[in-house]
Ligand binder design. Sequence first.
Ligand code: 3HC
Length: 302
Amino acid sequence: MVPSGGRGNGSGRIGTVGVVGLGTMGAGIVEVFAKAGLSVVGVDGTPELAERGKGFLTTSTGKAVARGRLSEQDQKALLDRVTWTASVTDLADVDLVIEAIPERLEFKIDLFSKLDDIVRPDTILASNTSSLSLTTIAAATKHPERVIGMHFFNPAPVLALVEVISTLFTDTKLVREVRDLATRLGKKPVVVGDRAGFVANALLITYLARAIRLYETGSVSREDLDNAMRVGAGFPMGPLTLSDLIGLDVVKEVCDVLYEATKDPSAAPPALLQQMVTAGRLGRKTGQGFYDYGPDADESEQ
Ligand code: 3HC
């Protein structure tokens, strides 16, 4: 059982949320919660990184204002619901923490064991991990029954799916509570067990790896490969464009975890993907991946 802090049951008790790690996913998750009217504490490792997270949210909500989807007044109210900090100790009184730091198991274990000592006993500890073992993360805490996966999809403010991942430790009431919370955020939750890549990434990332391997053969241009799946199969983006959106480092990390767990050769990171990550060509976030995204890039490339 999750220890009761006397704040009632159900997702309605969740009013304040901490998000740790303010990269693309973390900043998007901050936006989702703040848009739904919850108070958010955004945390990253340094004041500069916290400020960068604030910049992501200001830019993203600014685009919504420019497109007429959000009034300036609502943007201000949304931004006012978020505080930014470089200190995890500022999470002492939140109801839920979502971790969205880089995909390194040792970093996550370290953070969760720190959070264990900082947050209230009834605070839910959630991870946005793409594929790492939630059971291992939970087992490193004093209260593994309050650890759960809440896996958002990029771009988090747009895509409705949230995988709610439970482990053998997870309290079943907590699974219900987190599923209800996702619905309250306007998302579509699916409940999945703790296996490498869960459901969506186990299928999607293997497909992306296959597409990169096909591109490596030189038998098709990047545009024709992407169009084959976009136009021919009705996907919103071709696999190379999608890999650039997700981040090639993230695609490679998930490939590594899937391959390690399954030894399925189609999940192994393709040589080209590994080289691009080593070269720092990580996709949109670095301005270069399979396509170019710099200020001089041809519009047709993006
Ligand atoms: N943040 C906020 N809003 C965004 C956004 C972002 N990063 N990117 C796009 N949007 C909004 C736009 O503002 C626009 O809103 P509007 O219609 O209300 O004006 C809407 O989304 C559509 O955007 P666009 O018109 O620019 O472009 P598209 O119609 O092509 O949609 C897309 C863009 C939503 C990214 C769509 O192409 C898509 O769904 N692509 C597939 C993405 C996908 O599969 N993601 C999953 C990746 S796997 C993952 O994340 C798991 C991880 O663990 C690896």
